[in-house]
Design a binder for this molecule. Structure first.
Ligand SMILES: *[C@@H]1O[C@H](CO)[C@@H](O)[C@H](O)[C@H]1NC(C)=O
Length: 400
């Protein structure tokens, strides 16, 4: 029997070089949610600029790289980070360490691998407290490199990233973003996720069907199908736009993929995007109920690279990018700023018959024919670690 497996990877890097306000709303509860909420705001800004494209981003990855730099920051640079992440001023680190431990705990290791690293220029003097914080809180490796040879340094970082994402993210760093005389530190966060559906799709039921893309054109795509019990519901945006929500749990029960799509076929996906937050996802819990449906979901692969400087600056996390304004005095006594913050993420929802773990299949045959739920137009997906509310991945799929 074959199964469907989902692979997700995300890598984010911040390059620091030597240089010669987020709107208030309801404060989310957990630190996983606080960070993810910032990441979701970044996601919403990115899809606003790319309404027709497929976008994949890791909200937790965005929060992680900022969290790694936070102990080095001071003054306005620090204030903007804390405000954006909605962390408490005193001591978010203990909680972040616990979050990292929970996400990478044994019960999740089959699903998620999170790796963090710092690649300083050889001889770059970092404060011990900063190094300790990144080691303790984010279990970050540290490898010194020589950026005077940008190609060699990029090759090393890319190999590290490829290793940690099982080969799914290649060539993250182009040598031309590294400056032979100015680059002092490259910080990388990588997330690799591989989940097996709790209730699998049978490959024999996958058929080519029509999907109406974000561009209005019809495409034939492989559509998976299963009759099963899912959490489904109907939600509303504050403007009254109705949309459908479906939860697909992964094997192990701690992670789920949530899919949202407008119920009216003529409503663009953009109509529900501004509504997307960790609070909203929380709220879905109360509108969803278990129902027996025939679910048709496309197999899909999507990959995207996002430059975070624009979205973060627009949200008030600005000074860390500006030479002369960035204040990382707790990182090093040399004045540094972030010259590049890039995230590359990839998702594959496909069938894989060889890596099937023991899985429970809940196929219940219906007496009467159950309703069909067909995901045949642009949709949003979120992959959430349910106990902490952390959003590991978010995506917009316009064409599978
Ligand atoms: C990547 O993995 C290979 C094989 O395990 C290892 O030899 C190499 O040192 C690793 N590279 C990095 C940069 O971690």
């Amino acid at each position: 029997m074959s199964c469907v497996c989902v692979l997700c990877t995300s890598v984010l890097l911040a390059v620091l070089m030597l240089c010669g306000a987020v709107p208030e709303s309801q404060v989310p509860v957990s630190y996983g949610e606080r960070g993810s909420n910032l990441g979701l705001q970044v996601f919403r800004r990115v899809v606003q600029e790319k309404p027709q494209e497929n976008v994949v981003l890791s909200p937790h990855g965005v929060a992680s790289i900022l969290g790694m730099l936070l102990p080095g920051a001071h003054g306005n640079t620090k204030r903007q980070l804390i405000a954006g992440l909605r962390y408490k001023k005193k001591g978010p680190y203990k909680i972040l360490r616990k979050l990292h431990k929970t996400l990478t705990s044994k019960s999740n290791t089959d699903l998620v691998t999170i790796a963090n690293a710092l690649f300083p220029q050889e001889g770059f003097d970092m404060h011990d407290d900063f190094l300790e914080a990144s080691r303790d809180n984010f279990m970050a490796d540290s490898h010194s490199l020589d950026y005077r040879n940008p190609q060699q340094a990029a090759d090393f970082i890319n190999e590290w990233v490829s290793n940690r994402t099982k080969g799914h993210i290649q060539n993250l760093v182009q040598p031309d973003i590294l400056d032979p005389t100015l680059t002092r530190l490259v910080a990388v966060n990588s997330i690799y996720f591989k989940g097996l559906w709790k209730s699998r799709f049978n490959a024999q039921n996958t058929k080519m069907r029509t999907f109406t893309g974000g561009d209005g054109k019809s495409y034939k795509v492989p559509m998976m199908s299963q009759l099963s019990i899912f959490n489904i519901g109907m939600a509303n945006t504050p403007d009254g736009v109705k949309y459908r929500v479906i939860e697909l749990p992964y094997h192990g029960n701690s992670m789920s993929m949530f899919i949202a799509l407008p119920s009216d076929e003529s409503t663009p996906l953009a109509a529900i995007m501004p509504h997307l937050s960790t609070e909203t996802v929380h709220g879905w819990g109360s509108v969803m109920h278990q129902g027996k449906i025939r679910l048709l979901l496309p197999k899909f692969t999507a990959e995207a690279e996002v430059d975070l400087e624009g979205p973060l600056s627009a949200m008030g996390i600005r000074d860390l990018f500006i030479e002369g304004k960035a204040d990382f005095r707790h990182l090093s006594s040399e004045p540094v700023h972030v010259s590049k913050a890039l995230q590359k993420a990839k998702i594959e929802v496909n069938e894989d018959g060889t890596k099937a773990a023991v899985a429970t299949t809940a196929i219940v045959l219906a007496r009467s024919s159950p309703p069909w739920v067909i995901v045949d137009r642009p949709f949003v997906f979120l992959i959430r670690h349910n106990p902490t509310g952390t959003i590991l991945f978010s995506g917009q799929i316009n064409k599978p």
